[in-house]
Design a protein around this ligand. Structure first.
Ligand code: TXA
Ligand code: MG
Length: 283
């Protein structure tokens, strides 16, 4: 069921249920981060492998402190500048966070979402919420309540509607292995903005074991997708198939307009990001 009842969503979460929630990046599939049984349900509903850890959501920096051993200086600076916002930081966890949330890793991923409904829910429930994106494992993230309904509606009791996600892509994940600011996932917060606050951020080495989520196949729709600078060649190779085109900011002459979705009207990466997953869902 889709609805707007924050109090009801909080009651469900406190009772150990899983609830889909809006954030400014993508919708999350939330449960009480300190309730092992509740968190296990997230993995079951998403069909997510246990080696892939979850992000813990809290309403302010104040609520991060009980979950971690310390807050590195660079993390504190970033949180002060960009929270609430599409930033996730990896911090040394303490024993309050169960193993299932971090997949046994020494760090916990935390973020303060910049969405009034998410923040109000976090304050009403008064517990940290573990929440991956609310899609089946490997599939496209949802950026509207009806995307969640379509993918997982039969598996969850409640989808808290917060409208369309403003950012439309996931949060940027920064970790600090050996004190070195490191990019674990590019996302809605630009690397350049982060570097203005803490200086150079190194690229994450995919061979490191701390990043189990960086799989070769990810965000994968069921419909075949080509990423191409030569759409005419791809379309010519697909005779007899039903084909649509997602373009950046102008219609192509290759297909009728009703088979095309523009990501933005002028030239604006934020607008394109806002529309990207929605366009893929629509296709
Ligand atoms: O924007 C977002 O971050 C959304 C919203 C709902 O907050 N959440 C999200 O969660 O994208 P998810 O689970 O779809 O992606 C989280 C990524 C995964 O690739 C996971 O492996 C990584 O974060 N991650 C989580 N905890 C980690 C940890 N302790 N160490 C390393 N990577 C971690
Ligand atoms: Mg995801």
């Amino acid at each position: 069921m889709i609805g707007n009842d924050i109090k009801y969503a909080a009651e469900l979460l406190l009772a150990g249920e899983v609830v889909a929630i809006p954030t400014e990046t993508v919708y999350g599939l939330a449960a009480d981060a300190c309730n092992t049984t509740a968190v296990a349900q997230i993995f079951a509903i998403k069909n997510r492998p246990a080696y892939n850890p979850l992000i813990v959501h809290v309403p302010s920096v104040h609520e991060i402190m009980p979950l971690v051993q310390n807050l590195p200086e660079a993390a504190a600076l970033l949180l002060e500048r960009f929270s609430p916002g599409p930033l996730t930081v990896l911090l040394p966890r303490n024993s309050k966070i169960p193993d299932i949330v971090t997949a046994g890793l020494p760090n916990v991923a935390v973020r303060i979402p910049n969405h009034p409904v998410a923040l109000s829910l976090l304050r009403t429930a008064g517990i940290p919420l573990a929440a991956p994106s609310a899609n089946p494992f490997g599939y496209i993230s949802p950026t509207a309540a009806h995307h969640v309904e379509h993918m997982l509606g039969d598996k969850i009791k409640y989808i808290l509607d917060g409208g369309r996600c403003a950012a439309g892509i996931e949060s940027t994940i920064i970790g600090f292995p050996d004190g070195v600011p490191t990019m674990y996932r590019e996302g809605a917060l630009a690397r350049s903005a982060i570097e203005q606050v803490i200086g150079p951020v190194v690229a994450h080495n995919a061979a490191r074991p701390q990043a189990p989520g960086m799989l070769a196949r990810h965000y994968q729709p069921h419909t075949p997708v080509w990423l191409t600078a030569r759409p005419s060649e791809v379309i010519a190779s697909l005779t007899g198939k039903s084909v649509g085109l997602i373009t950046y900011n102008s219609y192509s002459t290759l297909l009728e307009k009703t088979r095309q979705i523009l990501l933005c009207t002028e030239s604006n990466f934020s607008e394109a990001a806002h529309n990207l997953y929605a366009a893929m869902h629509q296709m």
